[in-house]
Ligand binder design. Structure first.
Ligand SMILES: O=C(O)C(=O)C[C@H](O)[C@H](O)COP(=O)(O)O
Length: 216
């Protein structure tokens, strides 16, 4: 991994301190915006908005206008340079790809944004490190589970890992114990019934509990 410049170091500190990265993947922007506001109300300092949200860059800009630079905003499911450039122009603090999209690393860093690339095998983790990523996202995490992560961590102890995919409040402790610095949680983040009912108080309380458990 490359030495991290000052703005990147600050963003990396915020990312690591957040422990849980909410991965917001919704098919409409209004639902994604609601999910984002719940997460912020619960104290989340980092949000990942997936590229698959219609109008994702408009949502990012709206969240930035409302919450300022203290909220670390990333764009996920970045697959190519086109996605990356649009996300960076909108002000993304970090880019996340499910795969080894090594062509976006330098683009991100040139814009003072962090880059998280997906890897699963030891060979892919090495390729991600050589590309200069800030964080290696282990995706899909639940295919190998915490044991898989622990094996990768044993040979790459200085790599910052973020397992994502199938992580939940119930199993995240096993990933932290296996060497995860942070975890990404998408579909398991919100109680589905409470979310469908837009029970904001219940959802905020739930995310607060998740964050407390992650910082435990
Ligand atoms: O494409 C990306 O950048 C991703 O982050 C992929 C998935 O959206 C996450 O892995 C969330 O997965 P679940 O927590 O299982 O819902």
């Amino acid at each position: 991994m490359t030495a991290t410049a000052a703005p990147l170091a600050s963003k990396l500190s915020t990312l690591l301190a957040s422990r849980v990265v909410p991965v917001l993947r919704y098919t409409d922007a209004a639902t994604a915006a609601y999910a984002a506001e719940v997460a912020v109300a619960a104290g989340c300092t980092t949000l990942e908005l997936t590229w698959t949200i219609p109008g994702v860059t408009d949502l990012l800009r709206a969240l930035r206008d409302k919450h300022g630079s203290a909220l670390l905003l990333g764009v996920g499911t970045v697959l190519d340079e086109h996605h990356a450039r649009e996300a960076l122009v909108a002000g993304a603090d970090f880019l996340v790809s499910p795969a080894l999209a090594t062509d976006i690393v330098d683009l991100a860093h040139a814009a003072d944004a962090l880059c998280l690339l997906g890897a699963f095998t030891p060979t892919e983790v090495l390729a991600a490190r050589r590309a200069g990523v800030d964080v290696v996202k282990i995706f899909p995490a639940d295919t190998g589970g915490p044991k898989h992560l622990a094996a990768l961590k044993s040979v790459y102890p200085d790599t910052i890992f973020c397992p994502t995919g199938g992580v939940s409040q119930d199993n995240m402790g096993s990933y932290f114990a296996a060497g995860a610095a942070i975890v990404g949680i998408g579909s398991n983040l919100y109680d589905k019934a409470a979310f469908a009912a837009r029970d904001t108080a219940a959802l905020v309380a739930q995310i607060v509990r998740t964050r407390e458990a992650a910082h435990g």
